[in-house]
Design a protein. Structure first.
Length: 783
């Protein structure tokens, strides 16, 4: 070998004479030396190897800071890929053997080394180290392939125990390395499958075998596998074990079984279908006929296959025409559906068949035949008769319907109308039939060319004619559209409110629409009157509430002044009665506020000042407001607010109102010594406010109704507290924020109200005005 690369040599030698000797030997050799670096201690050598790369190390084992072969170990640890040649003054076989075992490439005796021997030793060391690296790289490549293969690879020894496997084997079998190492391969197979494998005599015959079998997974379940088995031999050709490549075919087996089941289902469907399933060749000769042909035409499949053409069953009067038509379809290779033919049963009676078929083509597009299904439609004529009778009956119903009914064709012409239309329009049938729908009703707007009438909003044009056109175009109904046309009743103009619906119908293959018109004028008038009454009631309650506030405020101030003693000393009994008056004034004031709030929410008139902000501060304000009241009642009020809550969009005053209302309820119904906990935290995309108390709880039967207005929980022997408006107001406020409120309660253990507010504000649901009932006035009257 000729070394062409210039070498960097590290000489680790503490003897200056030996170093000079090695220097001269290297100079006399034919090696190309780029640089020689000296180190007189092991530590210096390790530092050189850390800072630079070398091609070979010439090492003396007798260094001041290291003795014997430990120098080899340390250098290899620092530079595992650099070959080491030991030059020692000690001619000791044990030391030489130990050094070689630890990775030294050569062991030379200093007094016996010349330039040629040193050159040869360096060259061989470099070659061996290079070969080692190549071998390691090859082993790494093969091991990578082995470990990352998508199939399981297992090696067993002569005793048929597992000695090596790849990672996929553990995955396939669901077993760990500890479970597999040394395991008898027999235990991986059911007994019957193992005996089948043994009969192959793979090792004796020395052949590769391929088979499908089953193996156990770690959990005891079986999987289907495909195995290739080969014999492993040593250099003398003796069998040392075997190797198996295992592929999981469980999914393939499952698909094969599913395919077989699908084929079986298809066969059962075909053989049990009410339709006759058939196949013919390009000449029309039957190549398949399902068994039902015997029930339909009286022939068994055996009497038809290869003996009858499809046209052999045609009625003689139709045969020539139908055959020509059929072969025309064959020539075009068309798909055909609803091809009705008249045929003769084996007993001579007439059978009508409705036929459908698709062409069977080869890869070149050549027609091989047709495959299709025939349905027996002999009963169709009888069904048509029944339908005719039904249509007559429907006509009677149409004419007698209490709402106006128009039957309109595709030309937008009225072809039928009932008595209710005649009564609504004030016209004779001769003025209705044959006209357009608007003309038939006598619409003055249409007659004037406006082609529109008022809809329920009063400002958007809405044409009955347009409705009908859209139903014809889309084939879908349009229902419950309110319109207010101007109708000419022989010189008298009136504007009734009509509820119109248009439904598409098919009659004798023709397209029509049925227009239903209901006069809802009285209902609309009643709705308007009701709306006015509700508004008047709302205004009345608001006025009364506001009028009550002014004297109440004066009364409260006056009572407060007297109680404070500013107007002179008062007796104890007088103070007692004045205190009762003050409490009831406060109660009435709260009631009026609740009534006004609920009235605004009920009418959809409450204003919300939605701003982005920190909810925790708002809850703290409510907490600070209610803390004195809780302390006065001997109830512990606790606040737990999660730090770092994101800002949300909300009305701060209204949320304070919500929290104080819920806490106030808790104080009311929690005995002395109990506690109320206000917890604020995030859950997903919502912030939750939970108010929990240890109070009396709410009976289970009352939970569904607690958000109803004026509903108050009745407790035996206890006064009913509150107005029954607080929780409904809370619920409406939360709904207006796009949130929700839930309640959980257990009698004698306490209640938890959970308010959920969205972090990202969406459009809050519209609060539709609700009718205010007599309870509102009753509550005011009661107070």
């Amino acid at each position: 070998m000729t070394t062409t690369k210039a070498l960097r040599v590290l000489i680790v030698e503490d003897d200056i004479v030996d170093r000079k000797l090695l220097d001269r030997l290297l100079a006399k050799s034919s090696l190309s030396i780029a640089e020689v670096v000296y180190a007189d201690r092991l530590s210096a050598a390790l530092e050189c190897l850390r800072q630079s790369c070398f091609d070979v190390v010439l090492l003396d084992l007798g260094l001041p800071d290291s003795r014997g072969t430990e120098s080899v170990v340390n250098i290899q640890r620092r530079a595992p890929h650099v070959p080491i040649i030991v030059l020692s003054g000690l001619d000791d076989e044990a030391t030489a053997t130990s050094a070689v075992q630890k990775g030294v490439q050569d062991y030379l005796i200093k007094g016996q080394v010349d330039s040629t021997l040193l050159m040869r030793s360096i060259r061989y060391a470099l070659e061996r180290k290079k070969a080692e690296r190549q071998l390691q790289a090859a082993e790494h490549r093969y091991r990578t392939i082995f470990d990352n293969s998508a199939v399981a690879i297992m090696m067993v020894d002569k005793a048929e125990r597992l000695v090596s496997w790849n990672q996929f084997t553990e995955q396939l079998l669901g077993m760990s390395e500890e479970q597999l190492l040394g395991r008898s391969v027999k235990s991986l197979y059911p007994e019957s499958e193992w005996q089948r494998i043994r009969t192959l005599s793979v090792r004796q015959k020395g052949m590769q075998h391929h088979l499908e079998t089953q193996m156990y997974r770690g959990g005891g379940d079986l999987i289907d596998v495909d195995i290739s088995l080969s014999v492993l031999r040593d250099s003398d050709g003796q069998a040392t074990g075997s190797i198996g490549v295992v592929r999981d075919i469980t999914e393939r087996r499952r698909m094969e079984q599913a395919l077989r089941r699908s084929e079986e289902r298809f066969r059962q469907v075909v053989e049990n279908a009410n339709e006759w399933i058939w196949e013919v060749d390009a000449n029309g000769l039957y190549t398949y006929a399902s068994p039902i042909i015997e029930r339909i035409l009286g022939y068994t499949p055996e009497e038809v296959l290869g003996k009858k053409h499809f046209y052999d069953f045609f009625h003689p009067d139709d045969a020539a025409q139908l055959r020509t038509r059929a072969f025309s379809i064959f020539a075009r290779k068309d798909v055909f559906t609803e091809f009705q033919t008249r045929n003769l049963h084996k007993d001579g009676r007439v059978v009508f068949l409705l036929r459908s078929g698709v062409p069977i083509l080869d890869e070149d597009g050549t027609l091989l035949g047709y495959r299709g299904a025939d349905a027996d439609v002999t009963e169709r004529a009888r069904i048509h008769e029944i339908l005719d009778r039904k249509q007559k009956n429907l006509g009677v119903i149409f004419d007698a319907a209490p709402v106006g009914m128009l039957l309109v064709d595709e030309e937008l012409t009225v072809v039928r109308a009932n008595e209710a239309v005649r009564h609504l329009s004030g016209r004779d049938f001769r003025e209705i039939i044959g006209q357009g729908p608007c003309e038939a009703l006598g619409c003055t707007r249409y007659a004037a060319g406006a082609k529109c009438c008022r809809d329920a909003d009063g400002d958007v044009p809405c044409s009955l004619r347009t409705m009908i056109e859209m139903v014809f175009e889309l084939g879908k109904p349009i229902r419950s559209l309110e319109v207010c046309p101007e109708l000419d009743d022989h010189g008298t103009t009136r504007s009734p409110w009509l509820l119109a619906s248009v439904e598409p119908v098919a009659i004798d293959s023709g397209r029509f629409v049925v227009v239903a018109i209901d006069d809802i004028t009285d209902r609309k008038r009643a709705e308007e009157e009701l709306k006015e009454a509700v508004e008047m009631k709302s205004q009345f309650i608001s006025t009364v509430s506001h009028e009550l506030r002014t004297p109440l405020t004066s009364m409260k101030e006056a009572v407060t002044i007297v109680l404070s003693g500013e107007a002179g000393r008062i007796k104890k009994d007088q103070a007692h009665f004045l205190d009762i008056a003050k409490r009831n004034i406060n109660r009435l004031s709260r009631l009026i506020n609740d009534v006004l709030d609920f009235q605004r929410l009920d009418a959809g008139n409450m204003t919300f000042h939605m701003q982005e902000g920190a909810l925790d501060r708002t809850v703290e304000d409510a907490y600070n407001t209610m803390q004195p009241f809780a302390a006065k009642r001997g109830v512990h009020l606790i606040a737990e607010i999660e730090p770092g809550l994101p800002p949300i969009t909300f009305d701060s005053d209204r949320i304070v109102q919500v929290v104080t209302n819920l806490v106030s309820n808790g104080i009311k119904f929690t005995p002395k010594g109990g506690s109320i906990r206000v917890r604020v935290h995030r859950r997903g995309e919502h912030i939750l406010i939970q108010v929990s108390d240890t109070g009396l709880g709410i009976p289970r039967e009352a939970l569904p109704r607690i958000f109803e207005r004026f509903y108050r929980v009745r407790r035996p022997g206890k006064e009913i507290q509150g107005t029954g408006l607080g929780l409904p107001i809370v619920s409406r406020i939360i709904n207006s924020h796009g949130g929700r409120i839930d309640v959980e309660s257990e009698p004698d253990k306490g209640t938890t109200f959970t308010v959920s507010l969205p972090i990202k504000q969406t459009d809050a649901p519209n609060l539709l005005p609700q009718q205010t009932d007599e309870h509102l006035e009753a509550t005011l009257h009661e107070s």
